[in-house]
Design a protein around this ligand. Structure first.
Ligand code: HEC
Ligand code: HEC
Length: 193
């Protein structure tokens, strides 16, 4: 009995430490200096995702969306067009709905469109990919925080992990991708030279 009484404060301390830990790890992201090496390792994980067909197919370096795991050119003469949402007759949303269509096999997610040409990632080296990503004149004027926010929650990004039958999700699980984004941010958002 006596023994138990001595252990109680320890237990309370343990619970407090756990609560503190949980609160701290769910804080909103902010860029901090940290360890650049850790940021580079995290970026290697991030770039694996960005290079996957699920992202690249909408981030080509030309005007044609790509399709499938082999990234072949989109059928029906679909091209970038005005405002990256195709010509006046065939909008992307004419065919692409807010969710995948299991019958027609047309993939779908809200605000389906082609990423602006400045966000084309096809054929870039790791260093070029990093620079393009961070270049505010090309990335929609996004800070590293805003980039991480976008890549953690945007509907088109999330679609990649639920792409419909016959399409392979990115090679990194979504929770690992999000963790890598956090680590990258917390260690200065460094990219390869
Ligand atoms: C259906 C097409 C589509 C898919 C799939 C897609 N994107 Fe995008 N992406 C876009 C469009 C359109 C924009 C521009 C909209 C904006 O700026 O909000 C964009 C913008 C971005 C941006 C901000 C711009 C930049 O270059 O800094 C990032 C980062 C991004 N996408 C990451 C991804 C990642 C990571 C994936 C895959 C997991 C992905 N996207 C999949 C269409 C797509
Ligand atoms: C006439 C209908 C039609 C229009 C318009 C259209 N698409 Fe598609 N799209 C399809 C079909 C059908 C598929 C599925 C093809 C398949 O999986 O073999 C597809 C697939 C895709 C994929 C492949 C996703 C992946 O990773 O495999 C992307 C990316 C895409 N479309 C982007 C666009 C963009 C961007 C626009 C507008 C600029 C657009 N599409 C306009 C019918 C259309």
């Amino acid at each position: 009995m006596n023994n138990m009484r001595h252990k109680k404060p320890l237990l309370v301390l343990l619970i407090m430490a756990t609560v503190f830990f949980i609160c701290n790890t769910t804080e909103s992201p902010a860029i901090t200096e940290g360890d650049p090496q850790k940021a580079l390792e995290a970026f290697a994980t991030i770039s694996k995702v960005l290079r996957s067909p699920r992202c690249i197919n909408c981030h080509p370096s030309d005007n044609v969306p790509r399709v499938g795991d082999d990234s072949h050119e989109h059928l029906f003469g679909v091209v970038r067009g005005a405002a990256d949402h195709n010509g006046p007759v065939q909008k992307c949303a004419t065919c692409h709905q807010n969710e995948n269509n299991a019958y027609t096999r047309i993939p779908g997610a809200p605000h389906w469109g082609l990423a602006p040409i400045g966000m084309g990632w096809q054929g870039l080296s790791d260093a070029q990919l990093g620079q393009t990503l961070l270049d505010t004149s090309r990335n929609g004027n996004r800070s590293p925080e805003a980039l991480v926010e976008h890549m953690s929650h945007d509907a088109l990004v999330l679609w990649a992990w639920d792409p419909g039958e016959g399409r392979t999700p990115p090679p990194v699980p979504l929770d690992e991708f999000r963790a890598a984004l956090q680590t990258w941010l917390e260690n200065g958002a460094t990219v390869p030279e």
